[in-house]
Design a protein around this ligand. Structure first.
Ligand SMILES: [Zn+2]
Length: 501
């Protein structure tokens, strides 16, 4: 075997001689030794490399930037480090120490302590808390501010708050920039103590916010005997800006089938060029007899234990119903509130309190005076009352003493919240000058007008005997003259006086 191998090698030698052969044999032994030492060196290198790897410093990589900028007042979340030692992930063994406080401007250090042979290797990251945000400006009334054409702009106010400086409202400067058609922009500019600027613009637009006025031709209440024809008399409409809008009125429900008895509503609608809609209704009642009009008897300021039961007794004996705009009541009078409902009368909200200085102190106070009683009535009767009469009526001027403009605001608010409010068009005078039952009777009967909704203001406060005594005769007068008695519901057209505050 050896010979064979040797021959093989020998055959590769280009020149053959006796020396050559032995010479080659010597070379072969040397190569073998070299190869062994190369392997040994490689093994040694690998071993050293392995030893270094096992005992050397862990490999650490800071995630993200080594210097991080963070906005004042925001939350700082450190991204941490990745650490590897002895081929193992030891990231979760790294101790992170941070003094970053984003509520104070400044430069902070986050320290990462990476375990390394019974001690730690330390790495750091720099965190700069800075403020590059301007104050926040909020405009009361919004950035698009629409005003009634011809009115005067009164600044609705604004707020300016900065994350660092706090309230900077006093530093806001405003300027007016005219746009077109008499409109303008209000510019609000403010800078914080680091020079970060903020700006807001309010567009002030003068427009027509007033709805047209519809006036019915003829009566708002028409009584027809069965099978007589209903003649539509129409209506007129005028607008403060557009002028006469009569031709734009849309009438619905005038095609009344008078072969069927019942109560019908004819609706008149018109919209001005600025989208303000006005609506009016006419009630047409078809029946075997003709009624003159409708009487809504209303009693304010109750319930009272000595007047209310007497009024309820009279209503019951005459077979008519009334509407009670009540105040807060004690436990004893709870039964009167229940009785009013049970006997087919209606309840409306007058207010939890009748103290003008308190209830008209603000729009909020006035609204709470309504909802507080609404909640109580719901507990007593289970009914959610949505009709109301403001203490003093919507046209009162006494509220001006406590809060300017409160009636204008509260009347809009209650409508927006789904309430309807009712003043009166017949005043009995029983809470004022009138001291006798004759006086009450005369005021009411003279105030009644055929062909309309007559809302009669009376009171069932304690001791109001003149009204108790006049009531049977008032009801008799109404019935004899063909009036129909009804209670106010949210479907009843509002009768309101002109708001004066
Ligand atoms: Zn009252």
């Amino acid at each position: 075997m050896n010979n064979l191998k040797e021959r093989e090698y020998t055959s590769k030698i280009p020149f053959e001689d006796g020396h050559g052969r032995s010479h080659y044999s010597k070379n072969y032994n040397n190569d073998n030794k070299k190869m062994i030492s190369v392997v040994a060196i490689i093994v040694a290198i690998l071993a050293i490399f392995l030893i270094i790897k096992l005992n050397g410093a862990p490999k650490v990589e800071i995630i993200g930037q080594s210097t991080v900028e963070v906005e004042f007042g925001t939350e700082y979340k450190d991204e941490g480090v990745k650490a590897k030692a002895k081929f193992k992930d030891i990231s979760n063994q790294v101790i992170v120490e941070s003094n970053v406080d984003t509520s104070k401007l400044g430069t902070y250090t986050v320290t990462y302590k990476v375990p390394h042979s019974k001690s730690y290797d330390t790495y750091t990251r720099t965190v700069v808390v800075k403020d590059s945000t301007g104050p926040e400006i909020t405009l009361n009334g919004g950035e698009e501010y629409r005003l009634q054409y011809g009115s005067t702009y009164e600044e609705p106010g604004f707020e300016a708050k900065d994350a660092c400086d706090g309230d900077v409202k006093d530093k806001v400067t405003t300027s007016k920039v005219d746009t077109e058609n008499g409109n303008f922009d209000m510019h609000y500019v403010v800078e914080d103590s680091r020079g970060n600027k903020s700006k807001k613009v309010r567009h002030v637009i003068f427009t027509d916010l007033t709805a047209p006025e519809i006036k019915l031709k003829g009566n708002s209440y028409i009584s027809l005997i069965t099978n007589t024809k209903y003649e539509e008399q129409g209506a007129t409409a005028t607008d403060n800006k557009d002028g006469d809008l009569t031709s734009k009125i849309v009438i619905e429900g005038s095609n009344i089938d008078t072969s069927k008895d019942g109560k019908y509503t004819v609706t008149y609608k018109v919209t001005d060029s600025n989208g303000n809609e006005a609506k009016a209704t006419r009630t047409v009642e078809v029946g075997p007899t003709q009624a003159t009009g409708v009487i809504y008897l209303t009693f304010d300021d109750g319930p009272s234990s000595n007047t209310t039961p007497k009024i309820l007794d009279i209503l019951k004996s005459k077979g008519v119903h009334a509407t009670f705009f009540i105040l807060n009541y004690n436990e004893e009078n709870e039964k009167l509130v229940k009785r009013e409902i049970e006997e087919g009368n209606a309840i409306g909200i007058h207010g939890y309190s009748h103290d003008y200085s308190k209830l008209y102190a603000s729009v909020d106070a006035c609204y709470q005076n309504i909802t507080k009683l609404q909640e109580k009535i719901k507990q007593t009767t289970g009914k959610e009352v949505k009709i109301l009469r403001f203490p003093g009526g919507s046209s009162n001027t006494v509220s001006r003493k406590y809060c300017k403009g409160v009636m204008t605001s509260i009347s809009q608010k209650v409508l927006a919240e789904g309430f309807k409010y009712y003043d009166w068009n017949v005043a009995s005078g029983d809470s004022g000058d009138v001291k006798t039952k004759e006086g009450v009777y005369n005021n009411v009967t003279k105030g009644l007008k055929p062909g309309r909704d007559n809302i009669v203001l009376m009171h069932d406060f304690s001791g109001n005997n003149k009204t108790v005594e006049a009531l049977p005769d008032i009801i008799d007068y109404g019935l004899k003259n063909g009036y129909r008695f009804d209670v106010i519901t949210t479907d009843t057209e509002m009768v309101t006086q002109k708001i004066q505050n």
